[in-house]
Ligand binder design. Structure first.
Ligand code: FAD
Ligand code: NAD
Length: 465
């Protein structure tokens, strides 16, 4: 068997693993990265990127469809078109092209930085040795530092196992055609992002959620405009409802409401999006006997596991299971391995849900911030730019300490608010006060003026409301 030695061995080429490998190599650390499938991991191949591509395509089609129907904001602007048509196979091809460009880009970056990429499935032998089975002979790699970045996989419901017409997000991202009726199980990130895509592409969509509201991880005020928009779009939302399974004919999902009432929701396809779990089996992780935190690998503020020289990052290590957290952890571990002093201690990790309207949360929401904080919101209905974009729904909200006005949280809901996230993160990470944001000149007319106005409102002197 071939053997290799290296300073840093990374298992997993997702956003956590590939960023760690690039940064380590930049710092002169000999680095090997093992990836069983495609570089870029879940995020680039079957997650963040393809979902956002389909969201954009569905938005564009929906706009044209409304123009053809002579309704919606386009019609009030006087724009008309004769008809709207979408070739979904072409849309999927376009999306695949973006994914291919990005996975190719990750490969090129790794090559440029002289990271050795080994294609194959890694199995742990011990904390310093891994065996990789690719297409040919197995390779044994020994290392001084081992970084685990194996990511996560979709949770399966025993009553609706994946296969056939029961889809995980992966199948939903590459449809052969748009099903006439789609049942979505789970009104979280994936269920609502992709449920909205399918509704805009013309499917009848019913969402089944076990808890009492959509996006239950976010505070209620923020999710209300999302729930209202789903209703306007004609998405059926069944809250406090559990799935029992497919009916005998296999053409409907049987559900039970909290009151115990059973019914059927017709389905040509079913998207199960009830969460993801860390990928901790199938690669003999158990050989390391690491301390665990629930189903996740336990790490400290240096992403060190309970075994010296073994680090873990990304979805393997807990919530929030987001690509930017994985990347930031990966970059830090690379610097630690190169001998730098680092800790993973962000003040806040932003979260964005790309629904229509979008939702952004950075830092603390009012209920969590408690009595020592104040909060103020500014509605997009009072923002000129939002009106010119026909995007008057939603608001920006700031949360700050009462005593010294230090900002501890920002939230927003509205069209395009994902791009405000950068300003939110900067102000929190840099310890900005309400006065700093209120005193900054924001360009006019932009959605960003609502950020300044929220800060002004918290200080008691908003100008445009
Ligand atoms: P992953 O990206 O899962 O990568 C792990 C890699 O390790 C995989 O390529 C896998 O093949 C490889 N691997 C695993 N085990 C082995 C082994 N034994 N040997 C060799 N290789 C192995 N996050 C966001 O921040 N924004 C979004 O908009 C967003 N949208 C999403 C949409 C969907 C539909 C999904 C499913 C997820 C989305 N996420 C989003 C979450 C995001 O994709 C993950 O948080 C992120 O990919 C985690 O990165 P990671 O490096 O930990 O693992
Ligand atoms: P999620 O945790 O966001 O939502 C799952 C939803 O399913 C919850 O509302 C939960 O109450 C509900 N649920 C659980 N069991 C159920 C059942 N038996 N019947 C009905 N409803 C049930 O999970 P997800 O949507 O699968 O996404 C997985 C993860 O991927 C997210 O937590 C996030 O970390 C990541 N992701 C992020 C983005 C983004 O950043 N924009 C987008 C997609 C996915």
């Amino acid at each position: 068997m071939q053997t290799q030695t290296t300073t840093l061995l990374v298992i997993g080429g997702g956003p956590g693993g590939y960023v760690a490998a690039i940064r380590a190599a930049q710092l002169g650390v000999a680095t090997v990265l093992v990836e069983a499938q495609k570089l870029g991991g879940t995020c680039v191949n079957v997650g963040c990127i393809p979902s956002k591509a389909l969201i954009h395509a569905a938005d564009e089609y929906d706009r044209v469809r409304h123009l053809a129907a002579g309704d919606g904001s386009g019609a009030s602007m006087g724009i008309r078109t004769a008809s709207a048509r979408i070739d979904v196979a072409q849309t999927v091809q376009w999306k695949d092209g973006i994914v291919a460009r990005l996975t190719g880009g990750v490969g090129a970056l790794l090559k440029k930085h002289h990271v050795t990429v080994v294609k194959g499935w890694a199995r742990i032998l011990d904390g310093k040795t891994v065996e990789v089975q690719g297409e040919g002979e197995a390779v044994r790699i020994s290392c001084q530092n081992l970084l685990l970045a194996c990511g996560s996989e979709a949770v399966e419901l025993p009553s609706l196992p994946f296969g056939g017409k029961v889809w995980s997000a992966t199948e939903a991202l590459s449809p052969e055609r748009v099903p006439k009726r789609l049942v979505v199980v789970g009104a979280g990130y994936i269920g609502l992002e992709l449920g909205t895509v399918y509704r805009k592409l013309g499917a009848e969509v019913a969402v089944v959620e076990a808890l009492e509201r959509v996006l239950p991880g976010y505070d209620e005020e923020l999710t209300r405009p999302v729930a209202a928009a789903l209703q306007r779009m004609g998405v059926g939302v069944h809250l406090a409802t559990k799935v029992i399974g497919m009916n005998d004919a296999g053409d409907a999902v049987r559900v039970r409401s909290a009151a115990g009432k059973e019914s059927e929701l017709g389905a040509d396809a079913v998207l199960v999006a009830v969460g993801r779990r860390p990928r901790v089996t199938g690669w003999e992780l158990e050989r390391l006997q690491l301390d665990m935190q629930g189903q996740f690998i336990q790490i400290d503020d240096r992403c060190a596991t309970s075994m010296r020289g073994v680090y873990a990052i990304g979805d393997l290590t807990g919530e929030p299971m987001l690509a930017h957290r994985a990347m930031a952890q990966g970059e830090m571990v690379a610097e630690l391995v190169a001998g730098r002093q680092r800790r993973f201690d962000p003040v806040a990790i932003p979260a964005v849900c790309f629904t229509d309207p979008e939702v952004v949360v950075v830092g603390k929401c009012p209920p969590e911030a408690g009595e020592e904080c104040l909060s103020a919101a500014f509605p997009f209905a009072a923002n000129g730019r939002a009106l010119t974009l026909s995007a008057a729904d939603g608001f920006v909200r700031v949360v700050a300490r009462r005593d010294d006005h230090r900002i501890v949280g920002w939230q927003a809901v509205g069209r395009g608010v994902s791009e405000l996230c950068t300003a939110f993160s900067h102000s929190i990470e840099m310890g900005a006060l309400l006065e700093d944001v209120a005193g900054t000149i924001h360009a006019h007319p932009t959605l960003g003026e609502a950020v300044q106005e929220a800060a002004l409102r918290a200080l008691g002197h908003a100008l445009h409301i």
